[in-house]
Design a protein around this ligand. Structure first.
Ligand code: SAM
Length: 274
């Protein structure tokens, strides 16, 4: 069954045959290296039993790897319709496992795609990566059954997602991610792996929703509000930002800075102050 995918021409050849050129406005930096795409796809936990949603298949390098790794079902969402001549060939070779939706992933309701429990795997377009992630974190907090997210980000964003209190990169993304999941950087990817080559380095992040943590969160949007407020002036003491709060009530003095508060403290503050 995988042979049909394995026997397709190389991605670069299919692009040439279909006259597809990378487009900057869609954040297109493509992966052609089979070892790398295979490594990303095989990092998706339990991929042989898990439907996968991929954002931005483009010329299908990672898409092919996800199918080769044995995903029983793959739904890919692509904004750039000029990829259709390539993607339709992958659909034909996928034995009914792949379908493609040509739309903006920011507007697609994943819960209406007909898969109840799924993994997300993507080499994300850098211009909407964090916006997509925040949307998925909100969905997870509301009980959507996302089993895992295996995502390529700019390395700087990967560090912001996985940072701990006191780290230079600790902020809103780390707080929100940490309150509902366990996350880690799986491996770094040099800019030389992409066509065209971006200026920055990248990394693959894995995020696994954690049911225990999710059950303790009542309102992620309130936590977003308080992190935005306190990290908005991250070098300032919290009593300077919110002068009317009795910080001692939370075991704080008010002289702390946002970067030293734990994710759990942000959740407590959100619940009590907003
Ligand atoms: N998956 C391919 C790969 O790894 O070679 C392409 C990755 S490229 C970094 C990002 C892809 O996302 C592009 O194909 C781009 O057209 C698509 N894209 C950009 N914005 C999008 C959006 N809002 N919704 C869906 N796809 C989008």
């Amino acid at each position: 069954m995988m042979d049909k995918i394995a026997n397709l021409p190389p991605v670069s050849e299919m692009m040439r045959d279909c006259g597809l050129e990378p487009k900057k406005q869609f954040g297109q930096n493509f992966l052609f290296d089979l070892n790398l795409t295979g490594r990303i796809a095989r990092s998706v936990p339990d991929i042989t039993h898990t439907p996968v949603i991929e954002v931005g298949p483009g010329p299908a390098g990672l898409t092919r790897a996800i199918l080769m790794a044995g995903a029983p079902r793959l739904i890919a969402i692509e904004k750039d319709k000029t990829t259709a001549p390539i993607l339709s060939q992958i659909i034909d070779a996928s034995d009914g496992r792949l379908s493609v939706i040509y739309d903006d992933a920011l507007r697609v309701d994943f819960s209406a795609l007909g898969v109840t429990e799924y993994a997300i795997c993507a080499n994300l377009p850098y211009n909407v990566g964090t916006e997509l992630l925040i949307g998925w974190l909100q969905k997870i907090a509301h009980g959507e059954s996302i089993k895992s997210l295996t995502l390529m980000f700019q390395r700087e964003v990967a560090l912001r997602i996985t940072a701990h209190p006191g780290d230079e990169h600790y902020g809103r993304l780390a707080v929100l991610t940490s309150l509902i999941s366990d996350s880690k950087i799986l491996f770094d990817v040099p800019n030389t792996a992409f066509v065209p080559r971006p200026r920055v380095q990248s990394a693959v992040v894995q995020i696994i929703p954690n049911a225990d943590k999710i059950s303790k969160i009542t309102d992620l949007s309130k936590i977003e509000q308080i992190t935005a407020k306190l990290f908005g002036m991250r070098r300032k003491m919290i009593r300077g930002i919110m002068p009317n709060v009795d910080w001692e009530r939370f075991g704080l003095t008010g002289t702390e800075r946002a970067e030293n508060l734990s994710p759990e403290m942000f959740a407590t503050l959100a619940e009590n102050l907003l």
